[in-house]
Every structure is written in C-alpha cells, then in structure tokens.
Design a protein around this ligand. Structure first.
Ligand code: SF4
Length: 115
C-alpha cells in the first residue's frame, strides 16, 4: 500500500486527492507516526472498492482490462451517492480498437522496413 503526504503532514491513500482533507486517512506527527487516523475513510479506501464484490464488475469481461476503474470514484459511487462511470472506454468497442491497433502496427512495420 502506498501513502502520500501533503506539506502539512496529512496522509492520503491516493495522490489524486492530496490536499483534500476529506480524504485524509490521518496525519503524521513530528516523530513520524501516523496519528488522528480517520477509520471511516481508511476502511472505505482499503475495502470499499473491491471489484469482486461488485455484481456487475465481477461478471464483466472487461474487468482484466479496467479493474473496475478508479477506486476513489467507485467509493464515491458506493458511499456518497456518486454517479461516476468507471467503465473502460474499450467497453463495447474492442473490435474497433483492435482494428485500429493492427492498422497502426502494420503502418509502423511498413515504415521500418522501407527506410
Ligand atoms: S468495464 Fe465497467 S462494468 Fe466492466 S469491469 Fe470495468 S468498471 Fe466494471
């Protein structure tokens, strides 16, 4: 588990929310100990975004690609009535993306063999 800190010593599970104290899991003191732990926020961030507990994601064939999207957005959806869409932009368009990918690969290969 990675933890990021803001200049005031507040600790965050995700760097996306550094400085937003609503998401701080605690604050580091002068001895380097994490104090004032916000157990609600910490537990949400440790256990609240499990994709295998999500009935939709756990059955989705795109789960290996997107892993359920941003965990914090999932937590907002689950606990704070959020409406974030976490689905990968590949969802429903895999065939088209593969065609584009193959065409680009062929173009790069063609360029490198015709130098
Ligand atoms: S594409 Fe959407 S439904 Fe599928 S695993 Fe990702 S977030 Fe879940």
């Amino acid at each position: 588990m990675a933890i990021s800190f803001d200049p005031e010593g507040y600790a965050y599970k995700c760097w996306e929310v550094i400085g937003n104290k609503e998401y701080a899991i605690g604050k580091i003191n002068n001895e380097g100990r994490l104090m004032d732990i916000n157990e609600k926020i910490l537990n949400r961030q440790l256990f609240g975004a499990d994709t295998l507990e999500d009935v939709v994601c756990s059955q989705c064939k795109y789960l290996p690609i997107c892993n359920g999207g941003c965990p914090l957005q999932r937590i907002e959806n689950k606990f704070d009535n959020g409406h974030n869409c976490n689905c990968t932009f590949y969802k429903g368009y895999m065939a088209e993306f593969l065609k584009i990918h193959i065409a680009r690969k062929k173009a790069i290969e063609f360029q490198s063999t015709n130098k």
